[in-house]
Design a binder for this molecule. Structure first.
Ligand SMILES: Cc1ncc(COP(=O)(O)OP(=O)(O)O)c(N)n1
Ligand SMILES: Cc1ncsc1CCOP(=O)(O)O
Ligand SMILES: [Mg+2]
Length: 523
């Protein structure tokens, strides 16, 4: 990974008004955690924070001296006023003082009508300065678990919420399953305190899948309020319309970047000397987090995997590099006839993407396509059929996300084929960067009629960030790109622009190819 900055417009200028997140939790008089940390994080990520106070805690960076809880009716009043005045797109809950407050919040959340704000509960049961913040009964905790959309415990909080010991990978999974059994919709466990791991591995589990987010272990010191920061950052990225997987990836990168900004690169620069050693090292020493804005360093991003052992099954070597990386227009076509028609344009890369036909027919098409471009400098990729591509000696293979789980990537690399992989956001890019492919496809950029896409169009502002994040690996943009939109796509610095319908549906496909290349500045 590199340290280069993703110097882009920070957020897409999608709306004039800032999105709103409500933060419900305690005031930490030291400013290290709680509502102050939430509000700072949200402001840093261009979100307006409304704060609903559950308790006032008198804390220093080392001690919690006292706490005073709000009455449930005072909390209710705060909710009521904001509900009418400044409704939330997401709600982030931190410390809840007691059952009465928790039940009020459950009732209020349950009464919200669609489209309901996304609700995150960071179940801070104790403060990092050493005091108990929440005293909730088991039944009320369970009610909260099944009411919110995402709960973000650390290992100790997971153990408390599940009433199970958590001391290795197996018991962690069992405890997560216990929370799911209690009705939790999705769980993000922060692995910072997991002694048995050799990296910091956070685990996200929802109804359909599990993701792991890994960062190197950081021995540079402790920063207070990182739990609040993470949950607030998740809320921020959710209200900026990122899918949950990308919001988690970005929030993880954000916290890592704040840590790096604050603690520096080495252990030797502790700005504050601990004044007592009677507390756990997790409480000491205290630093004041430096904000950072949208995470801008590729090195801050976590490695994302979809299986615990995912990286173990790869050789970790690079796939062969492309012969030419200034790819230009990348036609993606569904028959060998199209390859025959287009190669004379001088096209530098093409893809055969056949979705129908018998295996014999597809084999024949791949064979003919390879022969057609054999003595040209056109780099021909075969979509999906990686075994046939190896057998028939293709230049490269293009695979989708689902294919990564089933295709033998090591066999593709050993056979000397290039590999291109589709991605649809930050989480998938971080998954794929670790595989060192020959190129990364980024899509879909605009709405497309060619393929049903489960994800949303990404737009050009996000594409710009993706291109920067992929630095060192060639990139290809795809999806809904036509003559009108191509120049803004080219301006992102992407290496190639893949098109289907802009060529295959054109009245004069060869002229359409030339016009696209000219408009993009590739001709
Ligand atoms: C250049 C390029 N980018 C993305 C895709 C999509 O590939 P995939 O996810 O495998 O989906 P299908 O094309 O198989 O429907 C692509 N083909 N080319
Ligand atoms: C195969 C594929 N993968 C992501 S978008 C897409 C289709 C792109 O087609 P078009 O260029 O016609 O929008
Ligand atoms: Mg495919």
């Amino acid at each position: 990974m590199t340290n280069s900055h993703l110097t882009t417009p920070v957020f897409e200028p999608s709306s004039v008004r800032l999105p709103v997140v409500w933060c419900i939790g305690g005031v930490d008089s030291s400013g290290g955690a709680g509502l102050t940390r939430d509000a700072i994080t949200l402001a840093d990520l261009h979100v307006h924070a409304c704060v609903l106070t559950t308790q006032l805690t008198v804390q220093s960076n080392l001690l919690m001296l006292s706490k005073d809880s709000m009455s449930a009716s005072a909390l209710n009043q705060q909710w009521q006023v904001l509900h009418e005045d400044t409704p939330a797109q997401a709600i982030k809950i931190g410390a809840i003082a007691n059952d009465e407050q928790a039940l009020l919040l459950c009732a209020r959340i349950q009464s919200l009508i669609a489209p309901r704000p996304f609700v995150i509960w960071d179940p801070v049961l104790c403060s990092s300065s050493g005091g108990v913040l929440s005293e909730l009964s088991e039944s009320v905790t369970d009610e909260l678990l099944s009411t919110v959309d995402l709960v973000t415990p650390n290992i100790d909080e997971l153990a408390k919420l599940s009433h199970l010991p958590v001391n290795d990978e197996k018991s962690l999974q069992t405890a997560i399953n216990r929370l799911k059994g209690k009705g939790a919709k999705s769980v993000y466990v922060k692995g910072g305190h997991a002694q048995w791991q050799d990296s910091v591995c956070d685990t996200f589990v929802c109804a359909s899948h599990t993701l792991y987010f890994r960062q190197p272990k950081n021995s540079k010191g402790n920063l207070r309020g990182t739990g609040c920061m993470l949950a607030s950052a998740i809320a921020a990225f959710i209200v900026h319309d990122y899918c949950i997987e990308d919001a988690l990836t970005l929030a993880n990168a954000y916290v890592s970047e704040v840590r790096r900004n604050t603690l520096g690169e080495s252990d030797s620069h502790h700005p504050i000397t601990p004044i007592s050693n009677q507390y756990e090292t997790s409480c000491l020493p205290a630093y004041f987090a430096k904000t950072t804005g949208f995470p801008s360093r590729a090195a801050s991003f976590p490695l994302v995997t979809f299986r615990q052992d995912e990286t173990a099954s790869y050789d970790n070597e690079r796939f062969p590099a492309l012969t030419r990386t200034n790819l230009g227009i990348y036609p993606v076509v569904d028959s060998v006839q199209w390859i025959a028609r287009l190669w004379s344009t001088g096209v530098k890369i093409m893809q055969l993407r056949v979705k129908q036909g018998s295996e014999d027919d597809i084999r024949q098409q791949i064979k003919e396509a390879i022969a057609l471009v054999a003595h040209t400098d056109c780099q021909l990729f075969i979509n999906d059929y990686w075994q046939l591509a190896i057998e028939l000696g293709a230049y490269g293979v293009h695979l989708g996300q689902e294919d990564i789980d089933t295709a033998d990537l090591n066999a593709i690399r050993r056979a000397g084929l290039r590999l291109g992989i589709s991605t649809h956001g930050f989480a998938e890019i971080q998954r794929v960067r670790a595989l060192n492919p020959s190129y990364i496809a980024l899509g879909h950029i605009f709405p497309t009629n060619t393929k049903d896409m489960p994800s949303k169009p990404q737009g050009v502002a996000r594409l710009t960030k993706y291109v920067k994040l992929c630095e060192g690996i060639p990139t290809v943009a795809i999806g809904g790109i036509n003559l009108t939109r191509i120049s803004e796509v080219a301006e992102t610095g992407v290496n190639g622009i893949a098109v289907v319908s802009a060529i295959t549906q054109a009245e004069q496909p060869l002229k359409a190819y030339q016009a696209l290349a000219r408009e993009a500045g590739f001709a």
